[in-house]
Design a binder for this molecule. Structure first.
Ligand code: M6R
Length: 630
């Protein structure tokens, strides 16, 4: 949800480090803005004072405010970009929030669940509140502890000690960053169930919701554990738990560069990320098998005996990642013969699910921070299940808390609408399915080798679709006035249809639904009227048990009722031409792998239509990239 940055450099100013705290913080916020863009704010410590600016709306509003009312040069600062939870997206509710007579500034990501009770307590002490946020309560609590409990004494921990005491009182999920005018060379941060990483520099240190907050300055990062506090100065990083006991973080090297988080000449991150997809799939496949075609998933450190005893798989995920899970279900059940359920993470633990030591939980999350999925994984672990995370973000919470991880290597996904992560997740789930089939002897080695060879051809096939994107782009642009678009698919085409609809909803803000084509006659066909656009994902006509003719019948059913049909079909499928206003061909590929291709035209369509409507495709309204609240 919100994006957070903190920085401390040597106090000698810009000349020494080449940048000020504000330079670093604003650059970090620019990269983290995908996490929320309801408001943005910064605070710096200079000349024994806190100076802050904050503005509702996107970061550009804050930049204009800073132009009009510049901040003093400083080497200690914090910055925040907000996705609103408590209180609307106003200037007043924007972070930082101040306390201790304006000497303390605090920013927050998450939700303080006991804020109402704490607020009553603070109001009784005479504290006045200016916003509707839970964050201001945390700021007031911290200020009260610093001033009234510790007497403003900075000789014995000061702000760090105050943060420990405050965190002992806070319930919920939070990352907090605070600065105090009496400790000008320090940023103190705390995390519980919400992301925070440290960046290690030379004579400067950084904090960020994720590494993009400081990727321009260092690739050395430190993961923090749950319930930890970190105090950074220009030359030190000290980690403790919420009771002051020393703790350790885990240092790692960030293996992507700042350029990969830039637009690379494309007008939007989303367009760039759609074009990254051949690489995202290729990288996710890289190094997963030996020369004999045997899959070797080194990261999957679960005892093979345990994996052999699995009698049920439950995939947990939300949004696009859940559609990746639905695609995976078809492949895993087919290849491994293990019953596989796919459950939206936020529904999972509330239905008393049947989970035991023979259940394998596969969570899928691009960010690795989705709170609904994290909570579902924790619940499953408590029931004794083994947990594997498919994740795109190194060092994030869900893989850290899982028994094993299979990283997708899609590179940073900045646009809020997921594209390349989706294809990489499907690819990783296929690898997991094939690995289980190999381990359990469900498939001959030669069969696995053949499927891997088919997967290896996918990047080039995606590239062919991208090289011919003009026709689908034009269609998207021409349909900017559409009020509703329906998507039909069967078998693996069904989750593809739902993903196509989700892209259109979140980017173009129009009604879009994905249906299983066979379900049409059970109700949804009543929606069809003259001119209703309907996308149909048609399965390959090749092979045994093809659903092709059934889907062609479904096309005829909607056309008979006036629908305008737009068909995604396999090259060489001439039969569909007679039933479609528009046909987009994708290269031949085995049915189970087809989602890796069929999704791409739907992404391009949604992008083109939303762009034609003049919408910001990277930052759609009301959304945030990483949903770290339940
Ligand atoms: O980071 P995650 O994969 O856990 O995120 C899950 C969903 O929030 C995410 O896929 C969301 O649906 C996207 N906006 C879809 O484009």
């Amino acid at each position: 949800m919100c994006g957070i940055v903190g920085y401390v450099g040597r106090t000698s100013g810009r000349a020494d480090a080449g940048h000020t705290a504000l330079d670093v913080v604003l650059e970090g916020l620019r990269r983290l803005e995908y996490r929320g863009y309801d408001s943005a704010g910064v605070a710096v410590v200079a000349d024994g004072e806190i100076s802050s600016r904050k503005k509702s709306g996107k970061l550009s509003n804050l930049l204009a405010e800073l132009d009009a009312r510049p901040l003093p040069e400083a080497m200690t600062g914090i910055g925040h970009t907000r996705w609103a939870t408590h209180g609307g997206p106003t200037d007043q509710n924007a972070h930082p929030h101040l306390s201790d007579g304006g000497k303390l500034a605090l920013i927050h990501n998450g939700i303080i669940e006991n804020f109402a009770e704490l607020k009553l307590e603070l109001v009784a002490k005479g504290v006045e509140f200016a916003s509707e946020t839970d964050t201001e309560v945390a700021a007031a609590l911290l200020g009260d502890i610093f001033r009234n409990k510790l007497g403003g004494d900075v000789s014995d921990g000061g702000l760090t000690r105050a943060m420990e005491l405050a965190c002992q009182r806070l319930e919920g999920a939070f990352t907090l960053l605070a600065v105090h005018a009496d400790q000008p060379d320090v940023v103190v941060a705390a995390r519980r169930n919400s992301p925070l990483v440290v960046g290690l520099g030379e004579g400067e240190n950084f904090l960020g919701s994720d590494v993009s907050g400081f990727i321009d300055h260092t690739r050395r990062a430190v993961e923090l554990g749950q319930d930890q506090i970190v105090t950074i100065t220009a030359d030190s990083v000290a980690i403790t738990d919420f009771f002051g006991a020393p703790a350790e973080g885990k240092e790692y090297h960030v293996n992507w560069d700042p350029e990969s988080a830039e637009k690379g000449g494309f007008p939007s991150f989303m367009e760039k990320e759609i074009h990254d997809q051949p690489d995202a799939v290729g990288q996710t496949l890289l190094g997963r098998s030996d020369i004999h075609g045997k899959l070797t998933l080194d990261e999957l450190r679960i005892d093979p005996a345990l994996l052999k005893s699995v009698d049920k798989i439950i995939v947990l995920a939300c949004g696009t990642s859940a559609y990746a899970g639905q695609v995976a279900k078809y492949a895993i059940e087919h290849w491994c013969r293990i019953p596989t359920e796919v459950e939206l993470s936020h529904e999972f633990r509330y239905r008393d699910p049947i989970v035991d030591a023979n259940t394998l939980i596969v969570s899928i999350s691009q960010s690795g921070e989705t709170m609904d999925t994290l909570m579902a994984v924790r619940y499953a672990k408590e029931q004794g299940a083994k947990t594997v995370s498919i994740c795109n973000t190194n060092g994030s919470t869900i893989p850290r808390e899982s028994d094993a991880v299979l990283y997708t290597h899609a590179g940073p996904e900045i646009a809020v609408a997921s594209t390349k992560a989706f294809l990489a997740q499907i690819t990783a789930a296929y690898l997991l399915g094939l690995y289980l089939a190999q381990l359990r002897g469900n498939k001959f080695q030669g069969e696995i080798k053949d499927i891997l060879a088919d997967l290896a051809k996918i990047p080039a096939k995606i590239q062919r679709i991208l090289d011919n994107e003009g026709q689908i782009k034009e269609l998207g642009q021409s349909m900017a006035d559409a009020k509703s678009v329906l998507f039909l698919g069967r078998h693996v085409g069904f989750p593809v249809a739902m993903e196509g609809a989700l892209k259109l909803k979140e980017l173009a803000y129009i009604h879009a639904e994905g249906f299983a084509a066979g379900e049409l006659k059970h109700g949804p066909i009543a929606l069809i009227e003259e001119g209703q656009p309907v996308f149909v994902v048609v399965p390959s006509p090749r092979g045994r048990d093809s659903l092709h003719s059934k889907v062609v019948s479904n096309i005829q059913e909607v056309r008979a009722r006036g629908a305008k049909t737009i068909v995604i079909a396999e090259e060489g499928d001439e039969a569909v031409k007679a039933y479609a206003e528009h046909v987009f061909y994708i290269p031949e590929t085995p049915t189970l792998l087809a989602p890796l291709l069929a999704t791409v035209p739907l992404q391009i369509f949604a992008l083109a239509l939303a762009t034609a409507k003049g919408y910001d495709v990277d930052q759609p309204r009301n959304l945030a990239k990483s949903v770290t609240v339940e």
